[in-house]
Design a protein. Structure first.
Length: 277
């Protein structure tokens, strides 16, 4: 068991899989979310490169952090889209120095292998892959034997390359369990059933940030949307009261003003009048 005051390593995460321990994982975007995850004892965080910073690493505390390397049109690093293995290596080394523990990469196998060959812990993606969504549409992947075998083949190929893990998204639970038990990689399940090595959710779903559609696998534990709506109503009300005070003269009140002794003000007036003469 990893001591709760230390940050897990790749070796620790692998050992947890071997022992059959279930990992918790959240996608976070803010310092407050990262700090709360660390305080709660979440094992792993997924943080996109555009949100990752020394401050975010500090907020994440003891959490093992997966940094998302931008892919294609999904984001930029150092002002440019990542296209070559050299681009990805430069970004990975940059975020390694900042404290990233592993790196999500949805690029081609040759780029993923280049990262692995340079001892970068790589997390790939199988099943429903949002950056490849035009090939499948937003739907479960692997519900037929033929398609499930393709997911398994993709996992086997990633293991051969040397990937540390893979996000396993929206596949049948029995397929997720079989794959997780038959690979040395850490399978980060998002809608892949209880047999995955980690259960991975977005903090915004856990906290109920958004209204409207939520994926089948999402579970909401708090209603932050209602709290945000209440706070917004309070903002509007406070701003309206400020306007009313300005218009009525109630603000600023004497306590908000800087006082000046009468003698000093009389001297000021005399000097100002003399200057205008």
């Amino acid at each position: 068991m990893v001591h709760r005051n230390t940050r897990p390593t790749v070796a620790d995460i692998r050992a947890m899989k071997v022992r059959g321990e279930k990992l918790s994982m959240l996608y976070v975007t803010t310092l407050d979310e990262a700090a709360a995850a660390s305080s709660a004892g979440i094992d792993m965080l997924s943080i996109e490169g555009r949100f990752f910073s020394p401050e975010m690493r500090e907020a994440a505390g003891r959490c093992f952090v997966q940094v998302g390397l931008p892919y294609g049109g999904w984001g930029k690093f150092d002002g440019r889209h990542l296209a070559t293995a050299e681009d990805y290596l430069r970004a990975a080394f940059h975020f390694t120095a900042m404290g990233g523990d592993c790196f999500y990469c949805a690029a081609s196998h040759d780029i993923q292998k280049a990262l692995c060959d340079n001892h970068v812990p790589v997390v790939a993606h199988v099943g429903l892959i949002p950056s490849y969504i035009t090939w499948t549409g937003f739907r479960a992947v692997g519900k037929t034997a033929e398609e499930a075998l393709k997911v398994l083949a993709a996992v086997n190929r990633l293991e051969e390359i040397g990937c540390f893990g893979a996000e396993l998204e929206v596949v049948p639970d029995r397929v997720g369990e079989f794959i997780s038990k038959n690979t040395t990689m850490i399978m980060l399940g998002m809608g892949a059933g209880p047999g995955a090595d980690a259960q991975y959710l977005f903090a915004e779903d856990v906290l109920g940030h958004t209204d409207g559609h939520r994926p089948r696998h999402a579970k909401t534990y708090r209603n932050f949307a209602a709290e945000y709506a209440r706070l917004q109503a309070e903002r509007v009300a406070a701003f309206g009261e400020f306007i009313a005070d300005v218009q009525s003269g109630a603000y600023p009140a004497p306590r908000h003003n800087v006082p000046m002794a009468d003698a000093e003000f009389e001297c000021f007036l005399a000097g100002a009048t003399s200057a205008r003469a």
